[in-house]
Structure formats: C-alpha cells, structure tokens
Design a protein around this ligand. Structure first.
Ligand code: 13P
Ligand code: SF4
Length: 338
C-alpha cells in the first residue's frame, strides 16, 4: 500500500522531488531513492540538485548538511526527524566551544569534525578555520588540517581519528584522547603542547560492538576469508582486517573480490544484507551484529507520510546564524577533497 502511494507521489512531484538514501537504509527505502550513497557522495550531490524538495532518508546530521548546502528556496525533509546519530550526540556544541576556546588560548588548534556531528560543531569548525570530513576523505582532510595550525582537534570519533592517524604515520605519542569530563576543566593546554592530534572521546555505538575477538575467530577458523570493516571500528579491529573504508569502499571491495571469495563485513547490517543479495557468487557474512536503530527509524510508512505532506513548516530547520560558518566548513571539505 505504501509502495504504491510513494510511486504515485514521486510521479506527481516529478523533477521537483529528489529522494536521497544512505547505504545503511534498508532495501524497501533504497528502492524508492533517486540517489543512494555514502555520506560524502550524498553531501557532494546537494549543490547540483535542482529539485525543490529533498527528502533525506538517513540520520539528522545528513539532512542538516543538506540544508547547509541547499540553495535558497530548496527544502529538506526527513521522514523521521528523530533519527539521530548516537556518535554525533557525544559532542555537544557548548562543551566543544568551551574546550576549543581554552585550547586556542595557548596554540592554534584547528578543529576537524567528522560529518557525523551537529551543525553547531560544523559552524565552530568554520569559525576556527577548520573543516569537516567523512570516512572517505579523512586522510586528505587530516593532512589539510595539520598544515593549518599547531595541532588538530578531531571530533567526535576517536576511532576514525586513530585509524586515520595510523594511516598517516603519526607517532602514537603525538596523539591524545581528551578527558572532556567536568566541562573540560581537566584539560590543561600547556601539557598538550607537544601533541599534534587531540581526539574527542566519541565512538559509534554500532561499530563499537565489533571486537578484535570477532576478527580473531574468523582468522583462526577461516584463514582464507577476507575481512573488510568501516574505520569507525576500534583500531585493533581495523589493524587485523584486510581493508577498512567508507561504505562505498566496502561495496567496491566486495564487488572486486573474485567469485567464491568468503568475505566478513564489519559494518551496519542493512548494507551487509544488501551486498549478500547483490553478490550471490560470493559468501558474505556479517563480522558481528551491527544494527543502527536510528537509521532503521526511516520506514515506508513515515516516508509515505513525509511525501504526502511536503509542507515548508515540516522542513528540517537549522539556526540561520550557524549557516555561514557551517557552510564554509563543509564547502572547504568539498573543495579540498572532491
Ligand atoms: P559513510 O560515510 O561511510 O557512508 O558512513 C556514515 C556512517 O554513519 C557510518 O556509521
Ligand atoms: Fe551514527 Fe553509528 Fe548509526 Fe552511523 S552507524 S549513523 S555513526 S550511530
């Protein structure tokens, strides 16, 4: 019933409507999407979209990034504005602002935020001359940010930060995970003078559940199997995997593997399930359970209801004063890395 109604509404709106979906959406949603991609592909597509209505099937930071990049008159909708990202919520704007001010009183600290962060954080990055990144371009953006100050504050994902730093060959002694408790009072900028990379102590609750023991079990029981994981996983998981990369990189890894290859994938379940049905000539398994309950909040019922009511009052809104700096940070990423 919802499928039919969604098809009719898509027909009615024609080129005035674009439905975007992240790779972690389930197949029933992906089927209706005009564009499916990773965070970078979806963000990079926004400036070229002509549609008046953009319906974003993903979590809130993705829809907010679309608002930041949208043209005047374009409206962005989320089928469920309550689909948030647990990791993004680990870096509250006011605390990050206090800590950045404190750090910058001593040395130039350039903030680099994973796009899995609120629009307040993106605006702070723009304000302090930093930028944002996704898991596709974290290496390039970290190199960019390190060139711009005495050190970089990477937030909120300490795992993506550590994995990216390891790829860049940064000495572990030059990296510090900040203790952000007590409103940042425990941070002493003087003791951090020699550090090059400060990490916010956030993690993704989904990838956090994938442990080195999962990798060890596969490696010992099926030594011929290949393991590919998302870089939000712990460095001990990433180190032992054959490949780590964004959702698009994971898709490419599976696509390019020889027929008959056994592949364990460490990321969200919907993507693993899709790859399993898309590549029946390969033996695909999840490395462990990886269910993002927020991505799963988008369903056919709320997508249909959203399309039935593309009322400007229902559009995703962000505070106007945050837009210029947030846009500066996101556009810098698009210019530097695409
Ligand atoms: P990608 O940038 O790889 O699409 O990942 C987004 C995300 O939320 C992973 O948890
Ligand atoms: Fe956020 Fe993790 Fe879900 Fe991605 S998988 S949206 S990082 S909670």
């Amino acid at each position: 019933m919802h499928n039919e109604q969604i098809r009719l509404l898509k027909k009615k709106y024609g080129s005035d409507l674009a439905i975007l979906a992240h790779h972690y959406q389930n197949d029933s949603i992906v089927e209706h999407a005009d564009l499916v991609g990773d965070s970078l592909q979806l963000a990079a597509a926004i400036p070229d979209l002509k549609a008046r209505y953009i319906v974003f099937c993903g979590v809130d930071f993705m829809a907010e990034t679309a608002v930041v990049l949208a043209r005047p008159g374009q409206l962005v909708f989320s089928p469920d504005p309550g689909a948030t990202c647990v990791m993004a919520d680990m870096a509250p704007g006011s605390l990050v602002s206090t800590i950045l001010e404190k750090l910058n009183s001593h040395q130039k600290v350039v903030p680099l935020a994973y796009v899995n962060s609120s629009v307040e954080i993106k605006a702070l990055c723009g304000h302090y001359g930093g930028s944002v990144c996704t898991s596709s371009n974290a290496s390039r953006m970290l190199e960019w940010a390190l060139d711009r100050g005495d050190k970089v504050l990477f937030l909120p994902d300490k795992n993506l930060g550590r994995n990216t730093a390891a790829k860049a060959g940064l000495d572990k002694k030059s990296i510090e995970i900040l203790d952000v408790r007590q409103g940042g009072r425990l941070i002493d900028p003087m003791t951090l003078s020699r550090k090059k990379l400060l990490l916010w102590p956030g993690v993704c609750a989904v990838h956090f559940r994938l442990k080195k023991d999962h990798v060890a079990t596969v490696t010992s029981q099926e030594p011929q199997a290949r393991i590919v994981v998302h870089p939000e996983c712990h460095p001990l998981v990433v180190d032992k995997a054959h490949e780590a990369g964004s959702t698009s990189r994971i898709i490419a890894f599976v696509r390019d593997a020889d027929p008959g290859t056994t592949i364990y994938i460490g990321t969200e379940d919907n993507l693993v399930l899709r790859l399993k049905s898309r590549f029946p000539d390969k033996n695909i398994f999840p490395l462990g359970a990886g269910y993002c309950s927020n991505m799963a909040k988008i369903n056919l019922a709320n997508l249909c209801a959203c399309l039935e009511n593309l009322d400007p009052k229902q559009a995703v809104r962000i505070s106007r004063d945050l837009i210029p700096n947030a846009r500066k940070a996101v556009q810098t990423m698009l210019e530097v890395s695409t």
